[in-house]
Write a protein that binds this ligand. Structure first.
Ligand code: ADP
Length: 158
């Protein structure tokens, strides 16, 4: 089974890594798909985000890193993926994610969305929280892999 785990990954956190590890256990190939959305201002370029994920997952098997633009269901179909993976943190994620899942299913009935609940230690970790803490030189190091720490320090001149 081929699964797609889409997101902004701006930047990748240990919350994302946890979902990647858990989803890869039940998929033959897990495609981690970095959304290239020109309308959303990002800290890292798509290439940088792809490179982070490639480096973080280099020792894991069955994982591919790609970028995509346009509709997720079109990308999933192109990859022959029948499953979309999304992580869920608090209940606040739910309404938006539920709506997205229903919309995607409306667009393509062959593709299902599977939600994986966060591991409790990552409940409060998000890319935006990491960026906010890094901006003010707070302690974000435990929330992201080393390569992301290195590049956040460069971006924010820390
Ligand atoms: P998007 O802009 O698509 O929400 P993100 O990179 O913020 O992109 O998130 C990608 C996916 O990873 C989403 O399904 C999100 O819920 C999930 N995710 C992000 N952080 C965590 C976390 N700490 N625990 C579990 N899932 C997470």
């Amino acid at each position: 089974m081929i699964a797609v785990y889409p997101g902004s990954f701006d930047p990748t956190t240990y919350g994302h890594v946890d979902i990647i590890k858990r989803a890869s256990k039940f998929s033959d190939t897990l495609i981690v798909a970095v959304l290239n959305n020109p309308n959303k201002k990002s800290l890292f370029t798509v290439d940088e985000r792809v490179r982070h994920l490639e480096s973080i997952t280099k020792d894991m098997s069955g994982i591919k890193i790609e970028s995509f633009s346009g509709l997720l269901v079109d990308f999933a179909k192109k990859c022959d993926a029948k499953l979309i993976i999304r992580g869920l943190r608090a209940l606040t994620d739910f309404e938006y994610e539920f709506q997205m899942a229903l919309t995607n299913r409306e667009l393509n009935h062959d593709i299902e969305t599977l939600f994986i609940p966060t591991s409790t230690q990552y409940l409060f970790i998000s890319s935006s929280v990491v960026k906010e803490i890094a901006k003010f030189n707070g302690d974000f190091y435990k929330m992201v892999p080393d390569i992301v720490t290195r590049d956040l320090k460069i971006k924010y001149n820390l």
